[in-house]
Design a protein around this ligand. Sequence first.
Ligand code: ADP
Ligand code: MN
Ligand code: MN
Ligand code: MN
Length: 335
Amino acid sequence: MPFKAEYIWIDGTEPTAKLRSKTKIVEDGADLPIWGFDGSSTNQAPGDKSDCVLKPVFVCPDPIRGGDNKLVLCEVLLIDGRPHPTNTRAECAEVAAKFADQEPIFGIEQEYTFFQDGRPLGFPLGGGFPAPQGGYYCGVGADEVFGRDIVEKHMDLCLEAGLHLSGINAEVMPGQWEFQIGPVAAPQVADELWVARWLLYRIAEDFNVSATLDPKPVKGDWNGAGAHTNFSTKAMRENYDAIITAAESLGKDGKVAEHIAGYGADIQHRLTGMHETAPWSEYSYGVSDRAASVRIPWQVEKDGKGYIEDRRPNANCDPYVVTRLLVNTICSALA
Ligand code: ADP
Ligand code: MN
Ligand code: MN
Ligand code: MN
């Protein structure tokens, strides 16, 4: 029996790339071949030189179709085999390989918001706003929680696909949720996050709901959506000096601007200094501090080892870029 391989890739939409996919029927026992697509329809090529190449980089069972069917995350190459300019994975993999001896790993908290009929799920049908935020975070009950059936289904799909999903929770605004992937090394953690995002969009489709990674889906007194990125190296998992060196390294000259520029479009509108964020232009770190750029969890201070949480990345960030920046900055400082 041939099987269905869903080839998934990241397009060239600016400022925030989107996921695309199409299906290839593959003969039983055959390798997953290199494939191609029309780059002129994805902001990746002009019409007269439209061919782009899809190279499989991460394969897992397809939990939507089941059976022997597969999800095949690809990187995009030019026809000469070099990485396409929109391919951020290649550089991430290069930097991760360079510092692999330090054993860096990541846990990424992906926040997102369900929308239906142009408003967040749980916002009143006739327009206007629900009760102010406060009761929704990790809430329970039909007046507090919206979309749990989709979230439960998504969690099952991620586990069936073999992704390193480590948890889910309802967030601060109605219709807003989070899942976590990790701890896993780069670039795999980012591969898994992109596949988990695809599964989220795909399953929400069946409920006639859309999931968005918009970092500030509702203006005003509502939390934005982030992708807090938890990071450690072998040294950080063994001693507190390495934790402090890591936290300090992110505040060094030029590093604040470099990281903010790679942490997702429209980040200035989310990192305002309000709603559990630190202002984007000022770097700070602190123990247990959810108003700092980087938080050292209390348990890490107590144990004298562990990991740090960079709270700045936006929900709409490219995890290949975020993980590449963190490995490069922190592992260079610890080398
Ligand atoms: P928060 O309290 O900020 O909501 P979460 O529980 O949502 O934290 O997410 C914490 C993430 O950190 C999880 O994905 C977890 O796997 C990850 N994590 C735990 N230990 C480490 C570590 N040593 N290095 C990197 N990530 C880690
Ligand atoms: Mn969390
Ligand atoms: Mn959260
Ligand atoms: Mn967090």
